[in-house]
Write a protein that binds this ligand. Structure first.
Ligand SMILES: Nc1ncnc2c1ncn2[C@@H]1O[C@H](COP(=O)(O)OP(=O)(O)OP(=O)(O)O)[C@@H](O)[C@H]1O
Ligand SMILES: [Mg+2]
Length: 164
């Protein structure tokens, strides 16, 4: 079982992944951290101050893993069995990012990506994808919801469109 927790940066992927890992026993894998530590990148984007992932290498690394929660905005591309796209109302996403003191340009870029729904769009061809609106929800509420989908007790996916 491979679970992907994806979504715009700052939407709560790591918070939810850690909690879900505690509750289910599935291992939490912070893919972005592994990209750095195992050097699974093809370069460094100076402007964004971020490594450019080498998807081929990341896929080769994660292929060997099982019973994991893949935590990354790239994780839906890593052949998961289920994809959870965490969504967050742009205003609240901005508040969450402010708490983390990110650069203004990065905050704005991420808010824009969430408004457009770019990650959600990238996941559209996956056969088992659930959109989860995390706005005004506690991490525990969200983790419980994910659990019930994983256990087959729920099939509810949210229809999120911030442009409406
Ligand atoms: N459901 C929630 N309600 C309120 N705040 C939250 C919630 N989930 C996460 N946060 C807060 O939002 C911030 C970003 O969360 P987190 O680091 O989990 O996001 P992320 O998606 O992993 O980000 P990144 O893509 O940069 O790794 C943190 O300060 C976290 O405490
Ligand atoms: Mg994270």
């Amino acid at each position: 079982m491979k679970i992907s927790i994806t979504g715009t940066p700052g939407c709560g992927k790591s918070t939810i992944s850690k909690l879900l890992s505690k509750r289910t026993g599935l291992k939490h894998v912070n893919v972005n951290r592994i990209i750095k530590s195992k050097k699974l990148y093809s370069g460094y984007d100076k402007k964004r101050k971020a490594y450019i992932a080498n998807l081929r290498k990341v896929k080769a690394y994660t292929r060997k893993l099982d019973d994991v929660i893949l935590d990354s905005h790239l994780s839906h591309d890593l052949n998961p069995d289920i994809v959870f796209v965490l969504r967050c109302r742009p205003y609240e996403l901005g508040q969450r990012m402010k708490k983390r003191r990110w650069r203004k340009a990065k905050v704005e870029e991420n808010i824009e990506a969430e408004i457009i729904g770019s990650i959600s769009w990238e996941t559209r061809k996956h056969k088992k994808v659930f959109e989860i609106d995390t706005t005004s929800k506690t991490p525990l509420q969200i983790a419980k919801r994910l659990e019930s989908i994983i256990n087959g007790k729920s099939k509810k996916s949210d229809k999120v469109d911030w442009l409406k």
